[in-house]
Design a protein around this ligand. Structure first.
Ligand code: GLA
Length: 402
């Protein structure tokens, strides 16, 4: 008996070492983080390097005043360019002109509003904006972030040369945990080393699946200099196909932050962008100026029924279940057994789009109640399928409940 136990224990150890399962973060400060996709705001898409404590604190105020906080947006994340150098002891130094009161003061302010505080760094020697990166300073930086009250770290991949991605991110997670504070780790490796295969095991709470989002509707295009690639919303969407099984509570595919409200798309397109990101169980990180949103943009970002699909406790990522040219059906199973469904029309004119119950895992013979999540209206009971006219670049987003 004893021998059997020893053998079983040895086998378990081998299995966990080989598969990396032993590295799961079921205990320690980072356990139970991001059980639903993180929601918040980040400075990059709208402000790029133009960040300051005034801007960040104003955005935190706006997050509360606009009702975004009530909608579930919690993280206020400063992206690149808050940092300028390292001091003689190797400590990271924030920009003294732009952040005159230092990073802890910004974090304290954000916390005083009941929100959480995020910063950005990079696994290589430099960030993408050529600021000092984290390489060789992981434990030192983690202690500093914890002392500032940081709750979320976006960790980028510029200037990482020959580093191994999986090892680099595992190292940063270990450093954050050693610092003793629960900190969401947002892996920003652009999908290069297929982070969906190892992101969960190294304790990442999300991982970017693609290059940067651009504020435009279309697909992937070469940059003007011929290099690859600029990603519009549809280009990013196509790159999510097949990744759905890697997402779940605590660990999410990240198709990049939202562009809703930044001006490059129509409101119809922004509604589609937001609906699709919600269904993909993506982190919902707004990237617009929250101080002066048009009502249409506000209503997109705070649609509670669409957000509820994103935040559903089952934690399934939605997937494409049908494609007929420009017409697609995307579906996500919800905890109560119902489905959230998006009818998407990528074409240039209005078209009828249909979801058949078999495509979403129901027998065609049953009746199910359909509710429109943008009109906030019950549409009635349908048997076998549901069809709707969908505007060009638009969506119909519904729940289907047998
Ligand atoms: C990379 C990331 C972006 C942003 C910039 C900052 O491009 O993918 O999301 O953080 O760096 O320089």
């Amino acid at each position: 008996m004893k021998m059997k136990c020893l053998l079983a224990a040895a086998l378990l150890c081998v299995v966990s070492c080989v598969t990396g399962l032993g590295a799961q973060h079921s205990t320690g400060p980072s356990a139970n983080l991001a059980l639903t996709p993180p929601m918040g705001w980040n400075s990059w898409n709208k402000f790029a390097c133009n960040v300051s404590e005034d801007l960040i604190e104003a955005m935190a105020d706006a997050m509360v005043k606009s009702g975004m906080k009530d909608g579930g947006y919690i993280y206020v994340n400063i992206d690149d360019c808050w940092q300028v150098s390292r001091d003689a002891n190797g400590n990271i130094v924030s920009d003294p002109q732009r952040f005159p009161h230092g990073m802890k003061a910004v974090g304290d302010y954000i916390h005083s509003l009941g929100l959480k505080f995020g910063v950005y760094s990079d696994a290589g020697s430099h960030t993408c904006a050529k600021r000092p990166g984290g390489l060789g300073h992981e434990y030192q930086d983690a202690i500093q972030y914890a002392a500032w009250g940081v709750d979320y770290l976006k960790y980028d991949w510029c200037d990482a040369t020959t580093q191994d991605a999986r090892a680099s991110y595992a190292n940063m997670r270990a450093a954050l945990d050693a610092a003793g504070r629960p900190i969401v780790l947002s892996i920003c490796e652009w999908g290069t080393a297929k982070p969906w295969l190892w992101g969960k095991e190294v304790g990442g709470n999300s991982w970017r699946t693609t290059g940067d989002i651009q504020d435009r509707w279309g697909g992937q295009e070469k940059w003007p200099d011929g290099s690859c690639c600029s990603n519009g919303v549809m280009g990013i969407l196509d790159q999510q196909v097949g990744l759905q099984s890697y997402a779940g509570p605590g660990h999410w595919n990240d198709p990049d932050m939202l562009e809703v409200g930044n001006g490059g798309m129509t409101d119809t397109e922004y509604r589609s962008h937001f609906s699709l990101w919600a269904l993909l169980a993506a982190p919902l990180i707004a990237g617009n100026d929250l101080r002066n949103m048009r009502p249409e943009i506000h209503d997109i970002l705070t649609n509670k029924e669409v957000i509820a699909v994103n935040q559903d406790a089952l934690g399934r990522e939605g997937e494409r279940v049908a494609k007929h040219g420009d017409l697609e059906v995307w579906a996500k199973q919800l905890k109560d057994g119902s489905r959230a469904v998006i009818l998407l029309n990528r074409g240039s004119g209005e078209q009828q789009v249909t979801v058949n119950w078999e495509e979403i895992g129901y027998p065609g013979s049953i009746g199910a109640s359909v509710r429109d999540l943008w009109q906030h209206k019950d549409l009635g009971k349908f048997t076998g399928k549901f069809s709707a006219a969908v505007a060009s670049h638009g969506v119909m987003m519904v729940t289907v409940k047998p």
